[in-house]
Design a protein around this ligand. Structure first.
Ligand code: NDP
Ligand code: 8X3
Length: 254
């Protein structure tokens, strides 16, 4: 294993779920952190906690706000500017409706956050990686980026776009020795379903009834594995599901 200690990782969506679990694990392993999200109180609390273990700073911005993305990343103190690892994790599903009943604000949110937000953050970070001829970008895709499921329409489209962008980025950044890959989770119990169902916790909890979902730490461990491969090894694509989930639509539930 190739230690990632003292490397600098920028994690979007670090205030919750997969991003937060990854920040906590990376801090234990001595990776320096740039924590990103919109919820300032959570960023402050996490920064304070993890500062006991590693060097950490945070940036508060909405990935949909193009100017805010560039301003925030440009404002990083010099000790954090050489980002070695970018985890494009910020994202969510908004709604679960047949296409004819879809809410256009939900569609905008998913495409603007999951696709365009990922692009803006990448655009802000890539030039430094190109200059240094090193770097590692990991996009959080989904099983929804590999298969479509009923009522998944626009969320699945956004994650299929992430899948395509991961491949495209890997090709285009290949001359610069930048590793690019995706980690694609199946069902992970986080705030994801709460966001999807707009705070309806009964509906959100029901998603995880009758089987054992992944927890955010399962994905964090995989991300740590991905970033600690030796320089000649790139994990291009890793799909991880609960054992009870055989595909986007095939489940073994009690
Ligand atoms: P959570 O809802 O727990 O976390 C989502 C994170 O994204 C939060 O930290 C949130 O921070 C951030 N975020 C959301 N919108 C924005 C925005 N506009 N600007 C900046 N940050 C934003 O969900 P997960 O941890 O489960 O999701 C993380 C990633 O994993 C997503 O890309 C999701 O699609 C993917 N995924 C999740 C699966 C699951 O079953 N949970 C399965 C497959 C993929 P804040 O609100 O503070 O901005
Ligand atoms: C999240 C998992 O199955 O809700 O990407 O699409 S699922």
């Amino acid at each position: 294993k190739n230690s990632a200690k003292n490397r600098i990782a920028l994690i979007t969506g670090a205030t919750s779920g997969i991003g937060k679990a990854t920040a906590i694990l990376f801090a234990i392993e001595g990776i320096h952190l740039v924590l990103c999200g919109r919820r300032q109180d959570r960023l402050d609390a996490l920064q304070k906690e993890l500062a006991k273990q590693t060097k950490v700073t945070s940036l508060t911005f909405d990935v949909r706000d193009k100017d805010a993305v560039f301003e925030a990343i440009d404002s990083l103190p010099s000790e954090f500017t050489n980002i070695d690892i970018l985890i494009n994790n910020a994202g969510n599903a908004h709604g679960l409706d047949p296409i004819e009943e879809g809410n256009t604000d939900d569609w905008d949110a998913m495409l603007d956050i999951n696709v365009k937000g990922l692009l803006y953050v990448s655009k802000a970070v890539i030039p430094g990686m190109i200059e240094r001829k090193s770097g590692h970008i990991i996009n959080i895709g989904s099983t929804a980026g590999k298969e479509v499921y009923p009522k998944g329409n626009v969320y699945c489209a956004s994650k299929h776009a992430v899948d395509a962008l991961t491949t495209g980025m890997r090709m285009d950044l290949n001359p610069y020795k930048i590793k690019v890959g995706a980690v694609n989770p199946g069902a992970v119990e986080t705030e994801f379903s709460n966001v999807r169902f707009k705070g309806d916790s009964e509906k959100a909890d029901a998603v995880y009834n009758g089987f054992q979902p992944l927890v955010a730490e399962d994905i964090a461990e995989a991300l740590y594995f991905v970033v600690t491969r030796p320089p000649h090894v790139n994990i291009a694509d890793l799909t991880i599901t609960p054992t009870a989930q055989a595909s986007a639509t095939v489940w073994n539930k009690d």
